[in-house]
Design a protein around this ligand. Structure first.
Ligand SMILES: [Zn+2]
Length: 116
């Protein structure tokens, strides 16, 4: 029953995440720390991605987009420069830092081939 499903992610550059009406939303790449958003001239933004506590942000409280989409306590990052919102990458290590390597593609976890 092994149907090999290979998801060819031709452009691994821009993974599509649901956009919010008032924010540009991107998915943080594995271990990404700076913004890779490009401006009209194709220049990389390079701003730092910082954890953003939107629930305490006065402006965001009025907007409310993020809270509606992700709840009040979600882990959200934001570029300090262009304000693009970044969602944490599921591959990013949270507790266990000993990396297991790239074992999954976005949204799809692939079981190791030879499980003991
Ligand atoms: Zn940026």
């Amino acid at each position: 029953m092994s149907t090999t499903e290979i998801q060819a992610s031709s452009t691994a550059d821009d993974q599509s995440v649901p956009q919010l009406p008032n924010h540009k939303v991107k998915l943080k790449k594995h271990l990404q720390r700076s913004c890779n958003e490009k401006d009209e001239k194709g220049k990389l933004c390079g701003g730092h991605l910082k954890r953003w506590f939107y629930a305490k942000d006065v402006v965001e409280k009025k907007c409310g987009d993020i809270e509606r989409a992700y709840g009040t306590g979600a882990e959200i990052y934001r570029c300090e420069h262009c304000k693009t919102i970044y969602l944490p990458n599921p591959q990013d290590p949270r507790v266990n830092v000993a990396g297991a390597g790239m074992i999954s593609v976005f949204g799809l976890t692939i079981p190791p081939k030879d499980a003991k």
